[in-house]
Design a binder for this molecule. Structure first.
Ligand code: HEM
Length: 529
């Protein structure tokens, strides 16, 4: 090789020079390139004034798309660079095709107590080895192929939800919440919560509340990505925030340890069945390897937070759509009666024969995505996209899928209307559009999406098979109008609305439901509220 001669050295030098010249040109271009268009920026506050309703930033993000005529918009918000991705095409290009650059998450200041409180949450975890291990554990348990193994458990939780409705036809929010608590706790720890006050549920909820509303996921995302949201309102003074951080740290310990230790004790006594923790510990040798055991403990503790509010909120959106659209409800119930009849309840085997129910589910996810901003991604290096410079590191890349993507008029005409038909072909079969938009993108796409899909389908189909929902009546017997209003936050849901839920069939009773479910449930074993 050393004797390769002048030709070799000349070729090598030419190659190196060409490389250097390319790099030079690249850096020169980069320094000349501008960031994507966006709202005017003032010193210190950046573009906050252009946001309008700061509690619903996705509305402004969506407007910026037409104002700046671009699907990718750049803004500085109180010193933080934010790149807003406003179309499916750009999201696919960046998050799917350039996932190596766009899979990080906004970094939480390590000095902050909050960073310890939520550092085991995969949703917020920096892109790296720890996240990869967590993702592998989730993937093993939630990949599409294993979802049928959860069907029996999901069906059981859905049937319990029906019993709860028969007991109390008014408290629909609690029934949907309890449905999610039931399937998440039994799927994760083989633990069946007795009621909303169940001690393990309370521990999980306490952490979730602190994480979402007081501190963690919600506030950290808000703090890191939309700090203007924190600075504007007066109800979030610094002292409260510090106290909440410490509380969240303690709650985070509880959420990891208590349910896991409870599970281990039951396992020692050989009274546990297959579930997320049991299967992961067995498959990955968690009993021998403390790093694996810790990762399983952490991943398990997050399933409740990641899956409960998102799923229950989506079912509430469905309920709102049904009260506003009796014609959709009637069509779905006619389908259910035709396929299933009245002598049994829906099962997962019925799903292929009920495309209209799937269309309702897809339309629900599209109409009001419950996580309209998704969870922000961050770039690990700078990038050039379509001639625009995307800054490195601290750049937060947001996903306002709430409106820009799921309400894209070219793809979904009259996007504010609830029309399940948009997901059906002329012959009544489903289109290939499955709205993955609600579940994120690329390597960080929601790892529980197939599981959530199964849970949502069985919940809404079982509900429509058994109950009717109407407008509530005023004192004159007139229907009370329902005006949709939504909470704000990282996960949002419809505010409580008046409605009247009634059993579909005469003679619907606990006994009849016991017969139909075949699970031996009775008044005494249904949830108590
Ligand atoms: C309707 C229900 C659900 C919705 C709308 C939803 C939505 C999302 C979204 C938007 C993300 C962020 C994706 C991104 O960063 O691009 C996410 C991440 C995640 N979700 Fe879900 N989710 C749902 C249910 C669930 C369930 C049932 C589970 C688990 C049992 C789950 C577990 C997770 C986890 C672990 C992540 C973090 C993934 C990662 O960063 O690698 N989700 N979800």
């Amino acid at each position: 090789m050393l004797d390769a001669g002048p030709a070799f050295y000349l070729a090598t030098s030419a190659f190196v020079l060409a490389g250097l010249s390319w790099c030079r040109q690249y850096w020169d271009n980069r320094s000349r390139l501008s960031v994507p268009p966006g709202p005017p920026s003032l010193p210190i506050i950046g573009s906050i004034l252009s946001l309008g309703d700061t509690a619903r930033p996705w509305l402004a993000f969506n407007d910026w798309r037409s104002t700046y005529g671009c699907d990718i918009v750049y803004a500085r918000l109180l010193g933080k660079p934010v790149v807003v991705v406003n179309s499916e095409e750009v999201a696919r290009d960046l998050f799917d095709l350039r996932s190596l650059i766009y899979s990080d998450k906004p970094h939480i200041d390590p000095e902050d107590v909050a960073s310890f409180a939520v550092d085991f949450n995969a949703t917020l975890m920096p892109y790296g080895d720890r996240w990869r291990l967590h993702r592998r554990i989730y993937h093993q348990q939630f990949r599409q192929a294993v979802i049928p193994s959860y069907h029996t458990g999901l069906l059981y939780s859905a049937h319990k939800m029906l019993f709860s409705f028969l007991q109390d036809l008014t408290d629909y929010t609690s029934h949907f919440q309890m449905f999610t608590f039931s399937f998440l706790m039994s799927m994760t720890y083989d633990y069946e919560p007795k009621d909303k006050d169940d001690p393990l549920v309370r521990i999980m909820q306490r952490f979730l509340e602190l994480e979402v509303t007081a501190l963690g996921a919600g506030a950290v995302i808000v703090m890191e990505t939309f700090p203007f949201l924190l600075r504007l309102p007066t109800w979030f003074p610094g002292a409260t925030f510090k106290r909440a951080s410490v509380e969240c740290l303690k709650a985070g310990q509880d959420v990891k340890e208590i349910a896991f230790q409870d599970f281990k004790e039951r396992m020692m006594n050989h009274v546990t069945r297959s579930c997320f923790v049991a299967d992961s510990m067995n498959k990955m040798n968690g009993f021998e390897d403390s790093i694996i055991e810790t990762a399983i403990k952490e991943t398990a503790s997050i399933t409740f937070g990641a899956g409960s509010e998102t799923t229950a909120s989506t079912i509430l959106v469905f309920l709102l759509a049904m009260v506003l659209h009796p014609e959709v409800q009637a069509k779905a119930q006619a389908d259910i009666d035709r396929v299933i009849g009245k002598d049994r309840l829906p099962d997962f085997d019925d799903r292929p024969a009920l495309p209209y129910m799937d269309a309702i589910l897809q339309e629900t996810l599209r109409w009001y995505p419950v996580a309209p901003l998704g969870v922000p991604h961050a770039t690990t290096t700078s990038d050039i996209y379509n001639g625009y410079f995307i800054p490195e590191g601290s750049c937060r890349v947001d996903l306002p899928k709430g409106l820009a993507m799921t309400h894209d008029e070219t793809k979904y005409p009259s996007p504010d209307e609830f029309r399940p038909e948009r997901f059906l072909q002329e012959d009544g079969s489903l289109t290939s559009d499955i709205v993955p938009l609600s579940f994120g993108w690329g390597r960080r796409i929601c790892v529980g999406r197939y599981f959530a899909d199964a849970a949502l389908w069985i919940a809404i189909t079982s509900f429509l098979a058994t109950f009717l929902i109407h407008k509530a009546l005023d004192e004159y017997g007139e229907g009370i109008p329902v005006i949709p209003k939504f909470t704000t936050g990282v996960v949002m849901h419809p505010e409580t609305f008046p409605c009247r839920i009634v059993p579909r069939f005469q003679g619907a009773s606990m006994e009849r439901l016991t017969q139909l479910t075949g699970l031996g449930l009775s008044v005494s074993t249904a949830y108590e509220f």
